[in-house]
Design a protein. Structure first.
Length: 296
């Protein structure tokens, strides 16, 4: 198996058919088809079905595509790292970023760091925490901005922010909380209220509601902070979300109350794989964050 075969295969997947891929690769179609036939023979599987207009990946093809992308990304990043090895504070930082931590990280960390280190470039891989942990293990990214809870086995990190859990929703969902200057809400007060929550927190929330002997009424489950916010702003229910993703302005008319349950609080971490050498640019970012923590 050769690197060019991986490149050919990935290009075919991206272009949708062999003829379009051949044009992009500046080669004729027969040699490209031959390379794919040789690749399939070596693997002993069929990677894709040839349709009239588009190829369709088999299950083996889907898995091979994921692994091929990982290998090609690693090669690309390795070349960049080697070329910038002696520069120390220049080059590329490969960062994984979850959507719920994007506003805080970009506004409170990356903005200042980018002003200080103008020669450093950034490549973001976005996904949920568990996907980013996988990318760290595979060395596709060097650092990841993720959110607890998760297993720290094989990883080490620096805390960026402690993040309480908030209940965010239109005033009609908080009839008992409108009066006074109350800025917190209990699980009991949320009992029976239609909730919008992240799937990864569902078990933790169910345990917390059960412990408080309350009814958890789930109206909507989401995987992305932006979806949770949009549902909340449209009056679908009360969003259960970390404080860091809640907009500072209140132009959307929502109420925001901290949930009085420390078990639900999370932390945003800048994570790395243990015992793995970081590029000079990534080391500079880690040191910048550690310096921020000492100044708090």
């Amino acid at each position: 198996m050769e690197i060019k075969q991986l490149t050919y295969f990935v290009t075919i997947v991206h272009m949708g058919n062999i003829s379009s891929a051949a044009k992009k690769l500046h080669i004729s179609q027969p040699p490209l088809s031959l390379q794919m036939k040789l690749l399939e023979e070596e693997l002993g599987v069929v990677l894709f079905e040839r349709g009239a207009r588009r190829i369709v990946l088999t299950e083996c093809g889907k898995l091979f595509y994921e692994r091929a992308m990982t290998v090609l990304n690693i090669l690309d990043h390795t070349q960049d790292e080697v070329q910038n090895l002696n520069s120390g504070v220049s080059g590329l930082v490969r960062i994984g970023l979850i959507s719920s931590a994007s506003p805080y990280f970009i506004g409170n960390v990356l903005e200042g760091f980018g002003r200080q280190w103008k020669e450093i470039r950034f490549s973001f891989s976005e996904g949920n925490t568990y996907r980013l942990l996988e990318l760290l293990r595979e060395n596709v990214i060097e650092l990841a901005v993720v959110r607890t809870p998760f297993s720290m086995d094989g990883f080490e990190g620096v805390t960026l922010k402690k993040d309480p859990m908030m209940a965010v929703g239109m005033p009609e969902f908080f009839e008992e909380c409108k009066m006074g200057e109350k800025n917190t809400i209990s699980l009991r007060e949320l009992s029976g209220v239609p909730l919008i929550l992240y799937r990864r927190w569902e078990e933790v929330l169910r345990d917390a509601f059960a412990k408080a002997v309350c009814v958890m009424n789930v109206r909507c489950k989401v995987d992305d902070a932006r979806t949770a916010l949009l549902c909340t702003q449209k009056g679908v229910g009360v969003g259960i979300m970390p404080a860091s993703i809640v907009p500072m302005d209140r132009e959307d008319g929502t109420m925001r109350l901290r949930i009085a349950c420390e078990e639900l609080d999370s932390s945003i971490l800048l994570l790395r794989a243990k015992n793995r050498q970081l590029s000079g640019a990534a080391q500079a970012l880690v040191q910048y964050v550690m310096q921020m923590n000492t100044e708090l």
